[in-house]
Design a protein around this ligand. Sequence first.
Ligand SMILES: [Zn+2]
Length: 288
Amino acid sequence: MVKAKDLPDGIRCLMGKHDGPIVVLLAKTHGDELAGGAVVETVLASLPSIERGKLYIGIGNPLAARENKRFIDTDLNRSYGKSPPKGYEGARANVLKPLLEHADYLFDIHSFRKPAPPIVCYPGEDFSTLEKLAIHLPIETIVYGPGLWPADRDHIYADTFVCAKGGFGITVESGYLHDMTAVQGVVDGLHEILQLLLGTSGASVLGQVTHLKTYFRAVENVVAAKGFTFSKDWQNFETVPAGTCYATADERKYIAKRDMCMLFPKAPASIVEGNEVCILMEKQFQKQ
Ligand SMILES: [Zn+2]
């Protein structure tokens, strides 16, 4: 357990009077995610007290956040695996890991690098908790499934690390970097979720509103072979029809076996041989 005096830089802890779950709410795992930062700041500013459990809340990557940069040395959200990288983010991941490994719930709030509506990503198996919590968020698109893990199944992302340790870890992409359109809705949804989990006495009351959900199953985390090039400038959620050659490499073609949708396609400058380059998903079902 993390003692108050040992709290990582940029993280606060709110304690309830009674036993309860440990909840971690983070923003700015990538330091330039202003909308995600606004979500967590707004939740914190309007959270008088919690009844039970503990809430760890704050900034994932404080140094990069102070410089409004995505990262200092390496991507923090690739640093929670079995061998953390060297440099600032590797050290930061080692500081956050003791907190995350005891977390019952992680809400890791990010922002997209291209304009897009908000989404929820959940790499775990607890689908009923996903439905129970996601219903509070005014976010239509829910992505889950094995494609949210790297091909080698190492828990390099914060949400996969929490899921691997037996907790419930989700990532919320709250919209484009500095686009504040979705911020208040996500804040209201998080207040409802925190009220449910921790008995917070925040401003909101548990809502009766349900939001339409569209579920996508992430089936493949695609790794870049030598010479990887996308066949076009794919957009998030763009359809990749069965049989489409969506990318090529020196010694292979990447062909969609079924009708798929594209998620997180990397920009050419960010493509690294041997690293993940996009995720392919199947559209599943809609639910009110
Ligand atoms: Zn991010």
